[in-house]
Design a protein around this ligand. Sequence first.
Ligand code: 2BA
Length: 123
Amino acid sequence: MKLVMAVVQGKDVEGLMSALRAANYRATQINSSGGFLRENNVTVMTGVDDTQVPDIFRLIHDNCYTRTQYVNPLLPIMEPGEFYMPNPVEVQVGGATVFVLPVVRYERIMPQAAGGARAGAGA
Ligand code: 2BA
């Protein structure tokens, strides 16, 4: 089993999550932000059989898009009276950054409450 972790842009997450659901994959999304742009993105985690990893990559390819962003570089150290005109730098943000990790153990822990009722529930 593998854990596929994909950092995707917020604009693509609904399409990707819908496609994963439609193909019967379980997935979790975590709000995250990139260390460089400091903008919100989303990390999608999905645990799948090894044989399903290529299918996950296909769904990511089909639903995540490269976009151009402009970043203002950090201000240089200036002497008093100096003037600096910032020149935005173009950055290509990828459709997704994907990590595939081996899973040592996967378990869904689903104990049943005694008598079928939720423990602590009222009479
Ligand atoms: P950010 O760190 O905000 O990076 C956004 C985009 O800025 C990157 O797109 C890349 O084009 C550019 N960039 C990042 N660091 C740079 C640097 N030191 N110098 C110049 N340009 C730089 P992507 O490479 O497609 O990455 C998109 C997002 O995926 C990243 O957002 C980050 O959240 C995540 N990511 C990328 N590589 C990663 C890695 N090795 N480990 C963990 N997360 C990663």
